[in-house]
Design a protein around this ligand. Structure first.
Ligand SMILES: Cc1cc2nc3c(=O)[nH]c(=O)nc-3n(C[C@H](O)[C@H](O)[C@H](O)COP(=O)(O)OP(=O)(O)OC[C@H]3O[C@@H](n4cnc5c(N)ncnc54)[C@H](O)[C@@H]3O)c2cc1C
Length: 480
């Protein structure tokens, strides 16, 4: 089988991989690249998830690429619209010809002798490249998190995981129990109410939920007077500021933020709902991602008693529902597990440097994108407290800066070299505690205690680190 060579191999054709291709076309037109995608289709998350109502849970102005304005007043669009937006970007920037679907990468080996990565695909095809750029997301695609429930095989009805939604599920007149309290459950519940007879959200503990308008008409008004790029800039700035402000306000004033969120929820859900029991979490706001109820749809479903919340623990599944630890029984025709994702570092690939397998859990992260002593390598991980794309765009721009610098200096490799062998080890992301995250975070590279061995999850700091700090900063070493 013929080996192929490219300057850059991008792993993954989701939002980040397609965006990376567009950045390369614009900023590194002389570099060749290929995007290797394991699935049959592109779009990643926005193609995989098909549950009813699937939509963004951050505003689309900041979820949109820096180079492609979001030309709609829709603030929280459907998954289908986001997928179309990604496909449109791929078309506009002629990225489609660079994508190879059904190319799951299983191994990447760096060799100092030829200063190249050898990238192996599941079908044994081999690619060589100078730079490896990981846009493989952060979770397992083949299955979601599936906790073991006692007696799960007893249940006679359909038992579905939100990550694998069947296209032909009949909800008409059914009693549905949704297990979970995260963004997926909050999105699903009001949507299921449209067809089902009764929807119950079963949670072990509450999550912060706030209503958010589905549209922002300011964009429409501005578009009448100003060019679309300018409007996009204004809207991006507005929502980026809002996200950062709300996040930092909550970090500094957790009690105030909590009180405000609860007051808002109480107002939305009406006086007869037990907010204390079902809607007040025991963690600080933003220790987990804040869930958005588009135009308050989730609260409306509760207020109109189309949906209910039960806060309890599962004892076991039964033939016709779920028996709870309190002794209560929930009858169900369909059970949906909105139990979350299984985190996966670096697309599950095996990565070797000069014959040595890299154990990422023992390495440090360089700016939250590179990895200590791994040459010509960057990986995209977005924000947990803001839109993913804001960070993906910064890292892709940084990739282009590195590639252009290597070329102009006539150098072959750049490596974040770890000199401090005794640095403090902190988790890849601090202060973010959802279960799915805490279960697997130990597998990710660590942060140190000083820049550039940090992943600050702060747009302002990242912008400086990726766009204006010198490339040769005493840690990133360029060699022949
Ligand atoms: C339900 C859901 C809703 C979300 N909503 C938001 C939101 O509103 N706002 C927000 O900012 N973020 C959100 N996120 C986070 C979301 O994942 C990002 O917005 C974004 O889609 C990530 O894009 P990505 O391209 O980096 O990763 P993904 O979308 O995960 O795409 C990764 C791609 O890499 C491919 N791949 C993985 N491993 C390999 C391999 N070894 N070889 C080849 N290909 C591989 C996968 O098949 C996939 O196509 C959401 C996530 C989920 C699950």
């Amino acid at each position: 089988m013929k080996n192929e060579f490219f300057d850059v191999v991008i792993v993954g054709a989701g939002l980040s991989g397609v965006g990376a291709g567009c950045h390369l076309k614009e900023k590194c037109p002389e570099h060749t690249f290929v995007i290797l995608e394991g699935r049959e289709k592109t779009g990643g998350t926005w193609d995989l998830f098909r549950y009813p109502g699937i939509r963004s849970d951050s505003d689309m102005y900041t979820l949109a690429y820096s180079f492609k304005p979001w030309d709609s007043s829709e603030l929280i669009p459907s998954g289908e619209k986001i997928l179309n937006y990604i496909k449109e970007a791929a078309k506009e920037y002629n990225i489609e010809d660079h994508i190879r679907t059904l190319h799951k990468v299983v191994k990447a080996e760096w060799n100092d002798e030829d200063a190249l990565w050898k990238v192996t695909v599941e079908n044994q095809k081999i690619f060589h490249c100078k730079f490896l750029y990981m846009c493989s997301g952060y979770y397992r695609y083949d299955k979601g998190y599936d906790p073991l429930f006692e007696g799960k095989d007893l249940f006679k009805g359909p038992l579905i995981h939100a990550q694998n939604w069947p296209s032909s599920l009949d909800l008409e007149d059914k009693r549905v129990v949704v297990i979970g309290s995260g963004a997926t459950a909050v999105t699903l519940v009001p949507e299921l109410c449209k067809k089902a007879k009764k929807v119950t959200m079963l949670q072990r503990s509450p999550t912060y939920i706030t209503s958010w308008p589905g549209k922002d008409l300011l964009a429409n008004v501005l578009r009448k007077f100003f060019p679309r790029k300018f409007v996009s800039f204004v809207m991006k700035t507005k929502y980026n500021f809002l996200q950062q402000f709300l996040y930092h306000f909550s970090q500094r004033n957790p009690e105030k933020a909590k009180a405000l969120l609860i007051k808002k929820a109480k107002k939305e859900v009406g006086p007869h709902f037990d907010v204390e029991k079902h809607l007040i979490p025991d963690y600080k706001p933003w220790a987990q991602r804040l869930c958005l109820a588009k135009d308050g749809d989730f609260f409306k479903a509760l207020k109109e008693e189309k949906a209910t919340i039960v806060t309890d623990h599962i004892k076991s599944f039964t033939q016709d529902g779920i028996l709870l630890k309190s002794g209560e029984k929930l009858e169900a025709d369909i059970i949906v597990k909105a139990t979350g994702l299984q985190l996966l570092a670096l697309g599950g690939m095996e990565i070797l440097v000069n014959g040595q397998k890299v154990d990422f859990s023992k390495r440090y992260t360089y700016k939250g994108a590179g990895v200590s002593d791994v040459p010509n390598f960057l990986s995209v991980f977005g924000y947990v407290n803001a839109s993913w794309t804001l960070r993906a765009d910064l890292i892709s721009t940084y990739l282009c800066r590195l590639l252009n610098a290597l070329k102009s200096k006539g150098m072959k490799k750049c490596t974040p070299r770890l000199k401090e062998r005794e640095m403090l080890q902190k988790p890849f992301i601090e202060g973010f505690t959802p279960g799915f995250f805490e279960r697997s975070l130990h597998l990710f590279p660590k942060q140190g205690d000083k820049s550039p061995w940090i992943n600050p999850q702060n747009y302002k700091i990242d912008k400086k680190m990726f766009l204006s700090d010198p490339l040769e900063d005493g840690t990133m070493v360029f060699d022949l």
